[in-house]
Design a protein around this ligand. Structure first.
Ligand code: SAH
Ligand code: SF4
Ligand code: F3S
Length: 478
């Protein structure tokens, strides 16, 4: 039996997909890259913007062809959209959202056993009950479940069944998912979010904020190191809000730094309302913690920030940028910005452009506001037309992209340390990132300098020679 996993959304989803793969592995199910070879397909979804949901729904709908050709195929929808829409998503057999992930091992066992049954007896539930009842091994579970009759028709039932004989309670190979992104990996330190920014669906689909025990985090860090990981990104929706008992985030960073033995540490996403000087001190002092902070601004207008319920002013935001830049030399600061929030005027938007111009972010993710049913802002009357939103987004992107290019260009002629993490897309040349998260491609045939071969996971010093688009091109130094 094999699974194929399709992932949308944020880093947390990328991690969760690995977790699911590892749980299936524990049940004896291997992964395949090819959906056509799969017996079970998992679609891990995102709800943050309408566009993200539309993409996942489109994919689920295009998988129906495979499902018709192969009636025994099981399609499972997980992630934030499964939480939000549940069984209102057409064309899938199982749904499980992040708030119920503590039941993932059990659900996966259900899926595997129902699947084993579906193959052995395509005549449906009656046969299942009869044949299994005769061995006395049917157990019911109070979850909602779809099943097939005659291999094709799908009916809906409350309660699911597990066939005892086929449900071997195997243990996963390891409590932590295996890293599969080469030398870099994600490590969630907290889940959920209680901030309820007025536009955001995440608190509804991910549940309340829960921080992980630091001992458990350190244990997973050691596990990743043993498997050759050289860079770990600590994840949380509002990661600087982490607190486990008496341990705040700054202390967790120091503990992780001590345990890191040279592995690079990143963390995201930081919320401006939870910044503090002690945390900045910890980032500055911990050698393995990279000089890079992702600090979403969202808007440059205090009025809009208030409507967004972000709990900081533009001045406070700028204060933290100054503190970070004063204390940490060459720190890279990246951000997220939303344009077209309900009632945003041209004047509000110009304030966003103004702070973007003044702050000179290294990089920004820029979005058009997307109304999310059930959030507070969904009740605000919009008043910004799609055309205006599009126009603002274009202007913002043009401004920031120019800044991103200039900021990257500042590295030309400088020496930087990069961690080799893969190959460039076009030419297959070794590619790595600086501690500040900028991509550098190593040119192999440098005219004068003989370039030595570099290995994945190696930290090398590179002289940046030029920039092409945004990408920096360099040569190794010996
Ligand atoms: N927890 C993180 C990430 C949240 S989602 C944080 O607080 O920053 C990532 C980004 O998506 C957000 O920072 C925000 O800029 C954007 N976003 C969230 N909800 C949105 C919505 N309804 N419409 C448009 N962009 C949104
Ligand atoms: Fe959403 Fe705000 Fe939480 Fe980020 S901090 S996940 S934007 S509610
Ligand atoms: Fe999307 Fe859920 Fe992440 S809504 S951004 S996948 S937390």
């Amino acid at each position: 039996m094999r699974i194929h996993i399709i992932t949308y959304g944020c880093q947390m989803n990328v991690y969760d997909s690995r977790m699911v793969a590892s749980l299936f592995k524990g049940e004896g199910v291997e992964e395949t890259d090819n959906p056509e070879d799969a017996d079970i397909i998992i679609v891990n979804t995102c709800s943050v913007r309408e566009h993200a949901e539309r993409r996942a729904l489109g994919r689920i709908s295009s998988l129906q062809k495979l499902r018709r050709e192969k009636p025994e195929l099981v399609l499972v929808v997980i992630g934030c959209m499964a939480e939000r829409l549940g069984d209102n998503i057409p064309g899938a057999d199982f749904f499980i959202g992040p708030r119920k992930y503590d039941r993932l091992p059990e659900t996966i066992r259900e899926i595997v056993s129902s699947k084993q049954y579906a193959v052995s007896s395509p005549s449906g539930i009656v046969t299942l009950l009869n044949s299994s009842a005769s061995t006395g091994q049917v157990t019911f579970h109070p979850i909602r479940y779809r099943y097939r009759v005659n291999g094709i028709n799908r009916q809906y039932a409350v309660g699911s069944m597990r066939v005892g004989a086929t449900s071997r309670l195997r243990k996963p190979p390891h409590p932590y998912p295996e890293p599969d992104r080469g030398v870099t990996a994600f490590l969630p330190v907290m889940r959920g979010c209680d901030n309820f920014c007025s536009y955001c669906i995440v608190p509804y689909v991910r549940g309340k904020a829960v921080s992980r025990n630091p001992e458990d985090i350190l244990d997973e860090l050691r596990y990743l190191k043993e498997r050759g990981v050289r860079e770990v990104a600590l994840l949380g929706q509002s990661v600087n809000e982490y607190r486990y008992g008496e341990t705040p985030f700054r202390q967790l960073l120091r503990m992780v730094d001590k345990e890191s033995s040279g592995v690079r540490i990143r963390f995201l996403t930081s919320h401006p309302a939870y910044m503090n000087d002690e945390l900045i001190e910890a980032i500055a002092e911990c050698n393995s913690v990279c000089e890079s902070v992702h600090l979403p601004l969202q808007s440059g207008s205090d009025r809009i920030l208030q409507l967004m319920e972000r709990r900081y002013s533009v001045d406070e935001y700028r204060h933290w940028i100054r503190r970070l830049r004063d204390r940490i030399e060459n720190i890279a600061i990246t951000t997220d910005i939303i344009v077209g929030f309900p009632t945003e005027t041209e004047e509000d938007f110009k304030k966003t452009l103004d702070i973007v111009r003044k702050t000179r972010f290294d990089f920004a993710y820029m979005f058009m506001y997307s109304r999310r049913e059930g959030t507070k802002a969904a009740g605000f009357s919009d008043g910004v037309s799609l055309e205006v939103k599009k126009g603002r987004l274009e202007r913002l992107i043009a401004l920031q992209n120019g800044i991103t290019r200039e900021k990257n260009g500042e590295l030309v002629g400088k020496e930087v340390e990069i961690l080799i993490e893969g190959k460039s897309r076009r030419e297959g040349l070794p590619m790595g990132k600086t501690r500040t998260g900028k991509e550098v491609i190593i040119k192999m045939q440098s005219e004068k300098c003989k370039v030595r071969n570099v290995k994945m996971g190696e930290c090398v010093n590179v002289y940046v020679e030029s920039i092409s688009g945004w990408t920096l091109i360099g040569k190794t130094l010996e």
